[in-house]
Design a protein around this ligand. Structure first.
Ligand code: AMP
Length: 210
């Protein structure tokens, strides 16, 4: 199964992708995590991406298209995958289509901007494996430590309130048009953000017929 998770920054794509990945036994591919790892390792891609990310802007399409086509060609993707945070523009969606990739479902997590602004201040991510947590909604077992790999949990630089506002604007202008794009291909599945992480996962699995 090839899936896309769409939604505003902080909608819960990363958290849901990790849970769906375990349930469906397919890998999650997050361009945000790949880019953060590239920055941490000081690679040329990381150097190119950093200023865009820090400002809450999108990294240029050609950089993203290069990263994602390379990643999807790897062995673990042959039975399907979940894309988290990509595509984010019509150009990226068209590039995936031109590469012959089809999607079984594009799940759009619906949540208000107000709820996002409230939520982002509590988000923490593992600086080693990229797993996401929330101080209240999804706390780690041990404070400041990743349940998966023992890595350190940190606040993302781009989760500062002003940057979140910029990212929401980018989302509405550049990414939301993807809903019409995938609706016209008959694969869009909107899911309302529910009161808990578990309830949202159940709602997603339901629209996937699981
Ligand atoms: P995320 O972790 O998905 O919220 O992504 C964090 C940041 O990485 C975004 O604000 C962008 O600067 C960059 N980024 C991640 N994925 C993409 C993408 N598909 N297209 C453009 N920029 C991206």
């Amino acid at each position: 199964m090839n899936l896309i998770l769409l939604g505003a920054p902080g909608a819960g794509k990363g958290t849901q992708a990790e849970r769906l990945s375990k349930e469906l036994q397919i890998p999650t591919i997050s361009t945000g995590n790949i880019l953060r790892a590239a920055i941490k390792n000081g690679t040329p891609t990381g150097l190119k991406a950093k200023s865009f990310m820090d400002a809450g802007k999108l990294v240029p399409d050609e950089v993203i298209i290069g990263i994602i086509t390379e990643r999807l060609a790897e062995e673990d993707c042959k039975n399907g995958y979940i894309l988290d945070g990509v595509p984010r523009t019509i150009a990226q969606a068209e590039a995936l289509e031109q590469a012959g990739i089809q999607f079984d479902a594009v799940v759009s997590i619906e949540i208000s901007d107000e709820a996002i602004m409230q939520r982002m201040s509590g988000r923490r991510v593992c600086e080693d494996c990229g797993a996401s947590y929330h101080l209240v909604a999804v706390p780690p077992k041990q404070e400041g430590v990743c349940d998966n790999c023992g890595g350190k949990l940190v606040q993302r630089k781009d989760d500062a309130p002003e940057t979140v506002k910029a990212r929401l604007e980018v989302y509405h202008n550049e990414t939301e048009p993807l809903k019409d794009f995938y609706e016209s291909r008959g694969v869009l599945k909107p899911v309302e953000n529910a009161s808990s992480v578990e309830a949202t996962t159940r709602a997603i699995l339901r629209v996937l017929g699981r």
